[in-house]
Design a protein around this ligand. Structure first.
Ligand SMILES: Nc1nc2c(c(=O)[nH]1)N[C@H]1C(S)=C(S)[C@@H](COP(=O)(O)O)O[C@H]1N2
Ligand SMILES: [Mo]
Length: 419
C-alpha cells in the first residue's frame, strides 16, 4: 500500500496541486533553452583556452571530447567577455529554475520499486547522471566563481569532465522526454497559467503520473509560483551581472565576490593573484630583464628598452573565467613586433612565462593568431599609468578576446616557437 502511494506520488508531502505534466514541461522548456546556452558557452570557454597548445590544458586525456575545438579568434575583442559573462550570469540565474524543476518531478526521483525493467533501469541511470551531473556542475561552478576553492580536485578538470557526463545524460533525457514535453504544453488545460489561487485545480490524474491522487488545497497559483521562481532568478542575475559592466552599474553586483567599488585610477580593478602571493617583490621587478628567445638567439630588455620600441594603445577587456570583466586602455609593445625582433615570422607563436614563484599560470602558449594579432600587447601601462605590481609590473601580456588567465602578469620570458 505504502509502495503504491510512493509510486503514484501521493505521500502527504507530495500533494501539491500544482505538480503535473504542464508545470514540469514549462520548466523543462526554460531549461532546454537555458542549459543549452550554458553548455555551448561552457564548451566555448574550453576552446578559448587553446587547449591544443602545449601547457594550456589540464585534461590531456580528453581524446574525442576535444574534437570540436577550433582556433579561438582575436576579434571581436569582447568575445570571451560576452560568452563567459553569459555562462556565469545565466548559470546563477538558472539555479531557482533547476530547483523548481527537481521539485516538480520529485515523486519520480523516489519511484518504487527503483527498477522495473531493463528500459526502466536505463532511464533511471540517465536520471542519476542528469541530476547528479547538473548538481555537480552547479556546485563546482558556483564555488569557483565565489573564489571558494574547497574541493580537493582541480576545478578545471572536474567541471570539464562533469560537463560531458551531464551533456550525455541531458541529450538522452531530451530525446526521451521532448515528445512528452511538447504534448503537455499543447494539451494544457485551458487557462492553466492564468488562474488565481482559489481557482487553481490539479491537472487530470493519471496513475503513475506526476499529479497527486490526493491533492492538497492550493496555497499559490501556478502564475504565483512562476513569478516566485522568476523573481528569484532575476534577483540572482541582477546582483551578479554588474561584475561584467564598466561604470557605475558595477556597484550593483552585491553577490559577486570581487570589488564592486573599483576606486580611482587605471589600476583599480580586481586582482586575482596579488604580487605578494605570487612571490613577486618590487626588488625583483626593479632588477627585471625581459628575456626574448627566438631563432636569432636570446636578448634581454630593460623596461626602458621596451619603452623605446614603438608603443601602441588599445582598449581591451580582461575577462576572467569566473565571470567578472573590466575594460581598460593598455599601452605597450606589439607581441608581433617582439616575434620579429627575435627573428621569427608571422607563422610563429609565443610561449609566455612569468617569473612568479611556481603556480599554474606561470606558462601560457599563445596561438599564432594571438601572437600576431595587431592588438596583442606586452603591456607596460594601463590607462596611462605604469602597471601596478599587483597587475603585473614590469610587463604583462594582453590578448584580444582571450580569457583573463592568458593575460600573463610579471612576464619573465617570451619564446618564439615555430607553429
Ligand atoms: N603570472 C600570473 N598571471 C596571471 C595570473 C596569475 O595568477 N599569475 N592570473 C590570471 C587570471 S586568472 C586573470 S583573470 C587575470 C586577471 O587577473 P588580475 O586582475 O589579477 O590581473 O590575470 C591572469 N594573469
Ligand atoms: Mo581568471
Amino acid at each position: 500500500m505504502t509502495l503504491d502511494r510512493v509510486r503514484t506520488g501521493t505521500l502527504p508531502h507530495w500533494r501539491s496541486p500544482l505538480r503535473g505534466p504542464w508545470l514540469t514541461a514549462a520548466l523543462g522548456l526554460v531549461l532546454l533553452v537555458g542549459v543549452t546556452v550554458l553548455v555551448v558557452t561552457g564548451l566555448l570557454s574550453y576552446a578559448a583556452y587553446e587547449p591544443d597548445l602545449p601547457g594550456n590544458d589540464a585534461t590531456p586525456g580528453r581524446a574525442l571530447l576535444g574534437a570540436y575545438l577550433f582556433d579561438w579568434p582575436t576579434d571581436p575583442p569582447w568575445l570571451y567577455r560576452l560568452t563567459q559573462g553569459a555562462h556565469v550570469a545565466l548559470g546563477i540565474a538558472l539555479v531557482p529554475v533547476v530547483l523548481a524543476k527537481l521539485w516538480s518531478v520529485i515523486p519520480r526521483l523516489f519511484e518504487l520499486p527503483p527498477v522495473r525493467s531493463l528500459g526502466h533501469a536505463l532511464e533511471r541511470a540517465t536520471l542519476l547522471l542528469l541530476v547528479g551531473g547538473i548538481v555537480f556542475e552547479f556546485v563546482t561552478g558556483i564555488l569557483n566563481i565565489q573564489v571558494f576553492y574547497v574541493f580537493p580536485f582541480s576545478f578545471y578538470t572536474a567541471h570539464f569532465y562533469g560537463a560531458w557526463v551531464f551533456l550525455g545524460a541531458f541529450v538522452a533525457h531530451v530525446v526521451l522526454k521532448l515528445p512528452t514535453m511538447l504534448r503537455s504544453l499543447r494539451d494544457r488545460p485551458a487557462g492553466i497559467a492564468r488562474t488565481r489561487t482559489a481557482d487553481t485545480r490539479p491537472e487530470p490524474y493519471e496513475p503513475g503520473g506526476l499529479v497527486s491522487a490526493d491533492p492538497a488545497p492550493p496555497t499559490v497559483s501556478r502564475r504565483g509560483a512562476a513569478m516566485f521562481v522568476g523573481a528569484a532568478s532575476a534577483t540572482l542575475f541582477g546582483l551578479y551581472i554588474g561584475q561584467t559592466l564598466d561604470g557605475p552599474l558595477r556597484r550593483t553586483a552585491l553577490f559577486a565576490p570581487h570589488d564592486r567599488d573599483l576606486g580611482e585610477g587605471a589600476n583599480a580593478f580586481p586582482v586575482n593573484k596579488t604580487a605578494a602571493t605570487a612571490g613577486v617583490t618590487q626588488a625583483l621587478a626593479d632588477a627585471w630583464r625581459l628575456e626574448l628567445a627566438g631563432p636569432s638567439g636570446t636578448r634581454r630588455f630593460t623596461r626602458a628598452d621596451l619603452l623605446a620600441l614603438p608603443q601602441h594603445t588599445y582598449e581591451l577587456p580582461i575577462a576572467c573565467v569566473e565571470g567578472w570583466s573590466v575594460s581598460r586602455s593598455w599601452t605597450g609593445v606589439r607581441l608581433a613586433d617582439l616575434v620579429r625582433l627575435a627573428g621569427g615570422t608571422d607563422r610563429d607563436r609565443l610561449l609566455v612565462e612569468s617569473f612568479q614563484a611556481g603556480g599554474a599560470f606561470g606558462r601560457v602558449s599563445l596561438s599564432v593568431g594571438q601572437s600576431q594579432a595587431e592588438r596583442s600587447l606586452l603591456a607596460l601601462s594601463v590607462g596611462g599609468e605604469d602597471l601596478s605590481l599587483d597587475h603585473g609590473f614590469p610587463a604583462r601580456t594582453i590578448v584580444p578576446a582571450a580569457p583573463g588567465v592568458h593575460a600573463t602578469k610579471w612576464v619573465g620570458r617570451l619564446t618564439v616557437v615555430a607553429a
